[in-house]
Design a protein around this ligand. Structure first.
Ligand code: ADP
Length: 397
């Protein structure tokens, strides 16, 4: 049965079609620079790049109409009714949505109502749900929330040590992010470790341009590095991760910044690897500059490792027993053997023994620790779209 997984952003729309329960990817595509006269429309069908074309796509509805039209033209489907369900990635489910949920008009309204928690995403995601409901009226739609994996956090971990009223009145708390990715690699890790999901104890490291680290005890998230928003936690491509909030008014005064939003934008978009290195937010560019002797790039590399090690160390302490494994995933986690080596060597006195030869690999699901390592190290490519499709299939009537 064909299921479409949709990952919508403000200027991009990524989608994949899976055949379930075989978990076979049938087709995938992306529209970049959506909303402009020069949008980039790409479709891969099987192993073939079927379309790679620049064309004007100025509205979200036009984008969906175009995708559905091309699916028929390319004979991915003969009839659109073959797409039995559409699963949508939703960035914030707030406290309301603790698991993936069938979409109804009321659910769309609730997701839209959470836009304050994810201003760049929820509103657009809700809009796409309405568009798909109109264009594929017979397909069941399902919302898969990035935050729901963290509904198992206890107040001791999700509350901030501030006046409790801010939580009671305004729901100020840790919500986390990347939950779908952490959940996917947890399930894969359980398979690899020959354990039931409810028995695994893991630290999962999603290290991409955004980065988050999650502590998982008995198959449930107990803590995660991102917070009220994805600005918190470890250092990232352009985001600072954790900083002392007092630097905000201090820098604003020194730089004569009058608007807090501008300051938050600096922490979101001009910090992290980019801010420290002064070179780029892309880890590969930072590595290249460091290789050529750029001292700021070298410092950025070291600080990135340092922040990851500190989080993993604290989560190893937080887990009720020894972790079964560390799991590396996402762009940097999957493709950067040196970063993995630096992190694991720093943690070697805690029982993490990396196998240097096995670690010299990219993007392949495998064990990269020594056979005797007390805590295993796994490399597991993330696949949020497959997780979305699997949840959607599970919820079908
Ligand atoms: P996102 O999906 O959040 O945009 P990704 O998971 O694609 O991000 O991760 C992007 C990061 O992964 C970038 O910093 C990029 O440099 C890094 N990356 C991708 N491929 C490689 C590679 N071959 N070696 C090192 N880093 C890589």
């Amino acid at each position: 049965m064909l299921i479409m997984a949709v990952n919508a952003g403000s200027s991009s729309l990524k989608w994949q079609i899976y055949d379930l329960p075989a978990q076979k990817q049938v087709a995938q595509g992306v529209i970049e620079r959506l909303g402009t006269e020069a949008a980039l429309f790409k479709v891969k069908f099987g192993d073939e790049q079927a379309i790679n074309k620049q064309e004007p796509i100025t509205s979200h509805e036009q984008a969906v109409i175009l995708i559905l039209t091309r699916l028929k033209e390319l004979k991915v489907v003969d009839h659109l009714a073959e797409i039995r369900a559409v699963g949508h990635r939703v960035v914030s489910g707030g406290e309301q949505f603790t698991e993936s949920t069938k979409i109804t008009p009321k659910v769309i309204q609730q997701i839209d109502g959470l836009s304050e928690l994810a201003p760049l995403h929820n509103h657009i995601e809700a809009y796409y749900m309405r568009v798909f409901a109109k264009l594929l009226p017979n397909a069941q739609q399902v919302a898969v929330f990035d935050t729901s994996f963290y509904s198992t956090l206890e107040p001791v971990n999700y509350l901030y040590p501030i006046d409790k009223r801010y939580y009671d009145d305004y729901q100020v708390r840790k919500y986390g992010a990347h939950g779908t990715s952490h959940r996917h690699v947890m399930q894969q890790a359980a398979n690899m470790l020959h354990k039931k999901v409810q028995d695994v104890n893991l630290i999962t490291l999603h290290l991409g341009s955004g980065a988050s680290i999650t502590a998982i005890a008995n198959g449930q998230a107990i803590d995660t590095s991102m917070g009220f928003t994805p600005l918190a936690g470890v250092m990232m491509g352009t985001r600072s991760g954790d900083v002392d909030p007092s630097i905000i008014p201090y820098i604003m005064k020194k730089e004569r910044i009058t608007d807090v939003a501008t300051m938050i934008q600096i922490l979101n978009q001009k910090s992290g690897l980019l801010g420290v290195s002064g070179v780029s937010n892309d880890k590969r560019d930072v590595d290249e500059a460091a290789e050529q002797g750029n001292q700021r790039a070298k410092l950025a590399q070291k600080m990135f490792v340092n922040r990851i090690v500190k989080y993993v160390g604290s989560y190893l302490a937080l887990l009720p027993k020894q972790a079964d494994a560390l799991v590396f995933t996402a762009g940097i986690g999957e493709n950067d053997p040196q970063l993995r080596a630096d992190v694991c060597v720093a943690l070697s006195h805690l029982g993490v023994e990396l196998d240097a030869t096995k670690n010299n690999v990219r993007g392949k699901e495998m064990f990269i620790s020594t056979a005797d390592s007390p805590i295993k190290v796994l490399l597991i490519p993330t696949n949020e779209e497959l997780m979305i499709a699997k949840d959607t299939y599970r919820l079908l009537d």
